[in-house]
Every structure is written in structure tokens, then in C-alpha cells.
Design a protein around this ligand. Structure first.
Ligand SMILES: Nc1ncnc2c1ncn2[C@@H]1O[C@H](COP(=O)(O)OP(=O)(O)OP(=O)(O)O)[C@@H](O)[C@H]1O
Length: 548
């Protein structure tokens, strides 16, 4: 400003003009550099955020695929997952850029502080004093918000749950047929409003405090403006000085606010990032032996499976699901586990697969405790079809290959498994055959019926040439004709294998060499079909009730 004034009042002054031009060139270079660094900065930032987000995705996937299955069935840990996954999507990048921004602010603030000190030392102190209370309020709010969200995770998940009920494909059918939409919407809003109101109350109280403090800050800032104006009137400052000081003060205040805002933002982000670390630090249960010390799966099972006094209750409560379960499944034998709903049949299968560990007793395969056997070898040698098996929205070939991804997915092996499960003709009829994507998620997919999906799951199990086959209700979704056909295949597939079949269907149960009956969380009967009927005990009553 002062230079322009000099040139304006002294038009002939060549030195002043040259000086002004030089200043303008410097300003243009600074302007251009600023614009360029802003564009390049945005590009680099975008790339960096991909790297950070990939890194954390990787950490999360590594954890979710390794932690004990039990975590997924425990509401407390589902809260932990929910909080962690919520934060992981944006907190790490925000912290990264928060720190960079903080360093940039620090440099600018140091320069501004120097200029302000030239006005008067007290100016910087005044600015600091007026901005600190707001920061303090924000830090407290961040802590309260963090505590509030932790205490209310269950409720937030419930809101999320109703949202899923209203929007997901898997619920859309029943939602329509039972006209559940209005009820779910009401529940969603009730849960959400309650939760929102509490959060809004906290935000309101924080805003009221902030406004009060901002008014005080404004008074202080305008007092400093007054001081600058006063010194200008006294002739101690030129017009350029006044502009410079006003700008410095204005910018200084803005930068200081930004700086302290970043600090409170970083505090909030680091608090919430604890949620992610809480999840990443979930303890993975250690097997009794290290992988290299563990035993291979018996190349050819001789004895079979033995349950020794196995007792189990789920981690959520102390209610015993099975107690004192001692039984064996001899090598090559097919055993049917029967019992009323909730008797603990599926739980025994989960224990045998290693998804849970018995709370009491142990399970051995050919005399080796199952958790002493190498994990991968266990996977290769025990194939399972769960009651709620997965419908993978991938190609038909991959759906079968997922039975054992360490096996080569040659055409012969895949089609052989599909033939054994009676699903080959259906897949073959699709335009893209085994390369057809199944399900309804992606374009150009083919959807299967529940019974066809079940046959595909069986094909998956057949593809895995495992020594042990566990089938939890393998024929529940099949029609009588398909069941009769499939039973023939199940018989063939179990012939040279050790099999455990859970079923409520008499035709399937009859196929077994031996039947184990569960009742009242205990094994109450064991024997051949006819033998058990003659006893006229629990199994007999079950069969009679099935006939009615
Ligand atoms: N994840 C879980 N957490 C807590 N309890 C569970 C869990 N899964 C099952 N249970 C309980 O364990 C008991 C046995 O369940 P399980 O699924 O083993 O029965 P089931 O005999 O297979 O029944 P069904 O014939 O209906 O399939 C039930 O009382 C059930 O409530």
C-alpha cells in the first residue's frame, strides 16, 4: 500500500515504480505457486488416502478372518466390530491430514505471531486467551460424545438393524407379505429419535457455551482493533502498517482458531480411533501348540472321532448346551445325530469343526486332540454343510471350488462333484454353464431355488475329498423326489468316509449305520435304527411323532 502511495504521489519516481513492479512479480509468483501446490496437493492427498484406507482395510480383514468365530455370535463383540468399522472408514486419513494441517498452521502461526509481537506483545496473549476456552469446550464435548457413543452402541446398532430390515433384499419379501414396513419404520424412528435427541441435547449445550465464549472473544479482538486504530491516530503507524496489522490480527485469529480446532479434531479422532484399536487388539485364542509343533491329520483314519465327556455352553451365558457327551464315530461309519430342536446337535458339529472349544472334556481324532492337528489339514479333511450354508454370488464353478480352494478346479472334478449332487444338468443348461454367476446381486446372474442351492452346497462338500463329512440337515430344502435321489448320492459319498448327519427326516436317519439321540443336553440313546425302536424310549417317541 505504502509503495502504491509513493508511486501515486510521485509519478516520475522510476525507482519506486521498479520496486512496485518487482513486488507485483513476487506476488504473482506466490499466487501461482499457491494455485499449483493446491492442485498437486489435492492429487497427492487423494492418493495418500487410498493408501491409508487400504492399509487399515487390510488390518481389519486380517483380524476378522483370524479371530475366534465365537466373537461373531456375541453381542458385546458385535458392538466392538460396529464401532471399529464405523471409525476405520475415515478416522485414520483424518488424523494423517490433521497432523499435516497442524504443522502447516504452526508455521503460519509462528510468522503471524512475529508480526503481532511487533504491534504489542499483549496482542498474542489476548488472542490466545480468547481462543483457548472454545478449545477446552470442544475437547470436553469430544470426550462426552465418545462416551455417549460407546454407551449407546447397542442402540445405534438397533437403529442400523431396522434400517437393514427396511432396505435389504433378504428382508424385502417378508416385509411385503406381512406388511411390516410401517411397523419397522415406526421402530426405526422411535429408536433413532431417542438417540438423536440425546445427541442433540449434548450438541446444544456445547453450542451455547461456545457462543458465550465467542462473544467474549469478539470483545477482546475488537479491543485490539481499537488499540491499532489509536496508535495510527497518534501517528505511530502508517496506513500500510494499519492494513498489515489488521490483516495480521484477522488472519492470526483465524489461524489460531483453525490450529486449536485441529487440535480438538485430532483429540476427537484419536479418541475414536481407540475403537479401532480395541478391535485390532481382540485376543486371538492361542492353540495349545504352535503350528509347526502340531500333528498332521491322519493320512487314513483308523479309529475315527471320539468325544470324551464333552460339555459346552456358549460364551454369552452359563447355560449348558451339552454335558458329559461321550460317543464315538468310527472310521468309515455314518452316524445320525437326532434330537428335538435346540438339543445341541449343531453345537456338536461346531465343536467338531473347531469353531468353538469344549468347555469340558475333549474331542480326539485317531487319539489326537483336534486342536493339536494342523489347521489347514483339518480344513482339508473335514467338510461341512451347515444348516445356514452360504449362497455365494460368484460363478457356479467357484461355488463348488470353494469346498476346497487348495484343490485344482479342473472341469472333471467340478462337474463330477456337481453330478454327484444332482445339480450338473441345471448348471449345464445355463447359457454360460459353469461360468454363470449365481444369485441376484449382480447383472447376468441366474438364481437357484433353495433346494438347488442345497444341492450346490452338497457339490461343494463332495468336491472336498475330505475323510470326514458333516451334514447339518442336508436335505431339508429338497422335495421328496430330490431327497430320495440325493440320499443315494449321500450314501455313495459317505461309503468310504466318516460321516455325521443331522436330520429330522426319517429317510435320512434310516440311512445311518448308527443313531445317537440327544435329549435334555445329554446323549440318552445310541444304537441302530431297529434296535432303538425296540427300546421304545426317546427315539421311539420321536419316530412316532414324526409319523403323525
Ligand atoms: N450362538 C449362540 N449363542 C448362545 N446360545 C446358542 C447359540 N447357538 C445356539 N445356542 C443355544 O444352544 C442350544 C442348542 O442349539 P443348537 O443349534 O445346537 O440346537 P440343534 O439341536 O441343532 O437345534 P435344531 O434342531 O433346531 O437345529 C439352543 O438352546 C440354543 O438356544
Amino acid at each position: 500500500m505504502d509503495e502504491i502511495q509513493v508511486v501515486a504521489t510521485n509519478p516520475g519516481g522510476e525507482d519506486a515504480l521498479n520496486h512496485l513492479i518487482a513486488l507485483l512479480i513476487i506476488a504473482a509468483v506466490v499466487f501461482l505457486t499457491n494455485a499449483l501446490t493446491a492442485s498437486l496437493g489435492a492429487l497427492v492427498r487423494e492418493r495418500q488416502s487410498f493408501v491409508i484406507s487400504d492399509y487399515f482395510d487390510n488390518l481389519i480383514h486380517n483380524k476378522t478372518t483370524r479371530i475366534d468365530y465365537g466373537f461373531f455370535e456375541h453381542p458385546k463383540y458385535q458392538n466392538v466390530f460396529f464401532r471399529a468399522l464405523n471409525e476405520a472408514s475415515f478416522r485414520p486419513s483424518r488424523i494423517f491430514y490433521g497432523i499435516i494441517g497442524l504443522l502447516q498452521n504452526l508455521i503460519t502461526l509462528t510468522v503471524m505471531g512475529g508480526i503481532l509481537l511487533m504491534v504489542h506483545w499483549s496482542v498474542s496473549i489476548v488472542l490466545l486467551v480468547v481462543t483457548l476456552p472454545v478449545t477446552f469446550i470442544r475437547l470436553r464435548y469430544a470426550r462426552s460424545l465418545f462416551n455417549f457413543k460407546r454407551e449407546n452402541t447397542d442402540r445405534e446398532r438397533k437403529v442400523n438393524y431396522y434400517n437393514r430390515l427396511l432396505t435389504s433384499r433378504e428382508y424385502a419379501k417378508e416385509l411385503r407379505t406381512f406388511d411390516l414396513g410401517p411397523l419397522f419404520r415406526k421402530r426405526y424412528h422411535e429408536q433413532k429419535n431417542d438417540w438423536r435427541q440425546n445427541q442433540y441435547r449434548m450438541l446444544k449445550s456445547k453450542t451455547i457455551r461456545e457462543v458465550a465464549v465467542q462473544v467474549l472473544a469478539a470483545i477482546a479482538v475488537f479491543s485490539v482493533y481499537g488499540l491499532i486504530a489509536y496508535r495510527a491516530f497518534q501517528g505511530q503507524l502508517s496506513i500500510g502498517d494499519v492494513v498489515l496489522y489488521f490483516m495480521a490480527l484477522q488472519r492470526g485469529y483465524a489461524y489460531l482458531q483453525e490450529f486449536l480446532g485441529r487440535i480438538s479434531g485430532l483429540y476427537e479422532d484419536s479418541l475414536f480411533l481407540n475403537n479401532l484399536f480395541e478391535f485390532l487388539h481382540l485376543r486371538e485364542s492361542r492353540p495349545p501348540l504352535r503350528e509347526e509343533e502340531r500333528y498332521p491329520f491322519p493320512a487314513r483314519m483308523k479309529e475315527g472321532i471320539r468325544f470324551h465327556n464333552v460339555g459346552f455352553h456358549y460364551p454369552v451365558n452359563d447355560r449348558w448346551v451339552v454335558r458329559n457327551a461321550s460317543f464315538s464315530v468310527n472310521a468309515g461309519e455314518t452316524v445320525a445325530l437326532v434330537g428335538i430342536n435346540g438339543a445341541g446337535k449343531t453345537t456338536l458339529v461346531k465343536l467338531l469343526c473347531g469353531l468353538y472349544k469344549p468347555v469340558e472334556g475333549e474331542i480326539r481324532i485317531d487319539g489326537i486332540p483336534i486342536d493339536h492337528i494342523k489347521w489347514k489339514e483339518r480344513v482339508d479333511n473335514i467338510s461341512v454343510i451347515y444348516q445356514d450354508f452360504m449362497l455365494y454370488n460368484v460363478t457356479a464353478r467357484e461355488n463348488i471350488w470353494f469346498g476346497n480352494v487348495r484343490r485344482e478346479s479342473s472341469d472333471d472334478k467340478i462337474t463330477d462333484a456337481a453330478r454327484q449332487a444332482g445339480i450338473h444338468e441345471i448348471i449345464d443348461d445355463f447359457a454360460d454353464g459353469y461360468e454363470t454367476t449365481l444369485g441376484t446381486l449382480f447383472e447376468n446372474s441366474e438364481q437357484l431355488s433353495p433346494g438347488q442351492w442345497q444341492r450346490l452346497a452338497l457339490a461343494r462338500s463332495f468336491f472336498n475329498q475330505s475323510q470326514i463329512v458333516l451334514l447339518d440337515e442336508p436335505t431339508s430344502a429338497l422335495d421328496a423326489f430330490s431327497e430320495a435321489k440325493l440320499l443315494k448320492y449321500i450314501k455313495t459319498i459317505t461309503e468310504n468316509r466318516t460321516a455325521v448327519i443331522i436330520s429330522h427326516r426319517l429317510s435320512t436317519i434310516k440311512m445311518a449305520d448308527r443313531i445317537i439321540v440327544l435329549d435334555g443336553h445329554q446323549i440318552v440313546e445310541e444304537g441302530h435304527y431297529e434296535e432303538l425302536l425296540q427300546k421304545e424310549g426317546t427315539f421311539y417317541s420321536m419316530v412316532e411323532s414324526l409319523k403323525q
